[in-house]
Ligand binder design. Structure first.
Ligand code: VG1
Ligand code: CO
Length: 545
């Protein structure tokens, strides 16, 4: 193996966002060494990588295979001892997290732009996970960024492309390259957490049925193996199961808009008991019952309240956590269970320390993300299996479970309105103006609400004391409601403003209202305070979840 040290020039814009470096695919295709620079920047910030293990894989989108070939050669040239690569270049984000932990790797590189469309006109992304299996915390991502701005050379092995498609082990000049089945280790972990015997019985007898939409993204092979092969769901229970470079022309985002085929089935006459979908890299999930949509915030609360029904969580939860904009439904469950509930900034990297320190067992985000201490990423298929386990163990319909939950705890009506790809200056100006208004808001009356408190969310990590500021404008209202504004950290075009609205309803006769209608006053208040429509010239949000 001949190692070349090649000259390069730094780029100014390789700053990782909420979840790694995400750009238009063309940025990677058209700027020489764009990928190489970022990968070398990561490697330069990792001391002691000699002889260590690195996990590599991606969600299978356009450019995945080519980028992986480059990264393999660079990892070998940078002295890693063992490379574990998912067959076909595939690894879901949670499976990669598990492999890092299981094989005591130094870390892993995952190629994905998650739920964003792929292809030459779509998005591409790269993220680094550390030895606990979780996304690199900010002290790493800041170091990567700093390094990327001064980098002037990278190291690469000069060799033929590796065969990504055949499982097996290769010796390359003292280093080991293993092409592994992407599903096996992950499937074993799932079997330890959930009651596979009972689930097999229920699915096999047809008492319970499922439709899982893999959206032509990475979870196809995982869901096929686990749901159909191992749990005996009839063939065809997993739809859009083959990962495609362009996700079949679709948008691999598991929500009511993009998982259309699934939604039609679940609202149709022969709907199965449980409907679910995952995103490009397999870390998100959407849960549906027959003609019923479970909001991600409610899903987290319900999993917390019913965790004891799954073998892996029978001993109870140590604590829970949610990202700040996620609804406070789970807070009430934590109260009832007598366990702590932590509020973190958006992004899974903020849960890592709480999980490592054993302060929490479950955590989640409103953006269709739920997970636990079994890995250090959110985990789409895990959430689906958890729901399936609860449905099977309780013998109840999804809708019944959720309505019972609301009767017990009250309901947090919740919606998120996104204004995507607005001009960056407008997005920042809206946030700046809101920030300026903060001091004068407390005590002000708006319709039936009074502002109780208003701030720009900042977080002090309870484990290591690190402080993260500027994490979103938060307006707390009385009677119990919240209004939150923040700018997305995953977009690849202009700015995306997210507005989150939440209202708590304790009245048992008012649990089945239309969400958008019951939140009208808050939606209008958001416009009064931000004037987003007027300032962007838009009629309304691009996406409502
Ligand atoms: C979004 C979500 C956030 C999630 C992140 C990554 O970030 O809001 O909750 O953790 O995507 O998810 P932002 O900054 O655009 O709001 V994924 O599935 O892209 O890894
Ligand atoms: Co994702």
């Amino acid at each position: 193996m001949r190692i070349e040290v090649r000259q390069t020039r730094p780029y100014p814009d390789q700053k990782p966002g909420t979840s790694g470096l995400r750009k238009k695919t063309r940025v990677f295709l058209e700027n020489p060494n764009y990928l190489e620079n970022f990968v070398q920047s990561i490697f330069d910030c990792l001391p002691d990588k000699a002889g260590k293990t690195l996990v590599l894989g991606g969600d299978g989108r356009y450019h995945n295979r080519k980028a992986l070939q480059t990264i393999v050669k660079m990892a070998l040239a940078n002295g890693f001892g063992t490379l574990l690569v998912g067959q076909g270049g595939l690894l879901s984000t949670p499976a990669a997290s598990h492999l890092i932990r299981k094989y005591h790797a130094l870390g892993g590189i995952i190629l994905s732009a998650s739920h964003n469309p792929g292809g030459p006109d779509g998005d591409f992304g790269i993220k680094y996970n550390i030895d606990n299996g979780g996304p690199a915390p900010e002290k790493y991502t800041e170091a990567f960024y700093r390094r990327s701005r001064e980098i002037d050379e990278y190291r690469i092995a000069v060799m033929d492309d590796i065969d990504l498609d055949t499982q097996g082990e290769h010796q390359i000049d003292g280093a080991i390259l293993r092409i592994i089945d992407p599903v096996t280790d992950y499937a074993e972990l799932m079997a330890q957490l959930f009651d596979f015997d009972r689930m097999r019985q229920a699915l096999g007898s047809g008492k319970v049925s499922i439709c899982f939409d893999a959206m032509h993204a990475v979870t196809g092979p995982y869901a096929k193996r686990i749901l159909e092969d191992q749990l005996g769901a009839p063939e065809g229970s997993v739809i859009n199961a083959v990962p495609l470079e362009d996700f079949g022309g679709g948008h691999p985002d598991p929500n009511l808009t993009y998982a259309r085929e699934l939604v039609e089935r679940m609202y149709g006459p022969d709907a199965p008991t449980l409907g679910a979908a995952s995103d490009g890299d397999g870390d998100r999930n959407m849960i549906l019952g027959r003609g019923f949509f479970v909001t991600p915030s409610d899903s987290l609360a319900l999993l917390a309240a019913n965790a004891h029904r799954a073998p892996g969580y029978r001993d109870g939860l140590r604590g829970v956590a949610r990202s700040m904009p996620t609804s406070r439904a789970v807070d009430r469950v934590a109260d009832a269970l007598g366990i702590p509930c932590y509020e973190t900034p958006t992004g899974w990297k903020f849960f890592g320390n709480l999980l490592d320190a054993g302060k929490i067992t479950l955590c989640g985000e409103e953006s269709f993300g739920t997970g636990s201490d079994h890995v250090r990423e959110k985990d789409g298929l895990w959430a689906v299996l958890f729901w399936l386990n609860i449905v099977v163990a309780s013998g109840q319909e999804v809708a019944t479970l959720v309505r019972d939950h609301w009767r017990r705890f009250g309901r947090n009506y919740y919606t998120r309105h996104d204004y995507e790809a607005i001009a960056a200056e407008t997005g920042h100006a809206i946030m700046d103006d809101l920030r300026r208004k903060l001091p004068e808001l407390p005590g002000q009356h708006f319709g039936s609400f009074t502002v109780e408190a208003a701030d720009d969310f900042s977080y002090t990590d309870p484990v290591n004391g690190s402080v993260t500021t500027g994490q979103g404008i938060r307006i707390l209202l009385e009677p119990e409601a919240r209004l939150i504004f923040r700018l997305s950290g995953t977009g690849t075009e202009g700015a995306t403003l997210r507005i989150y609205m939440e209202r708590y309803e304790p009245d048992p006769t008012r649990l089945d209202l239309d969400t958008q209608e019951t939140l009208t006053e808050l939606i209008e208040l958001a416009e009064t305070l931000s004037q987003v429509k007027q300032r962007t010239g838009r009629d309304g949000p691009t996406v409502i979840t």
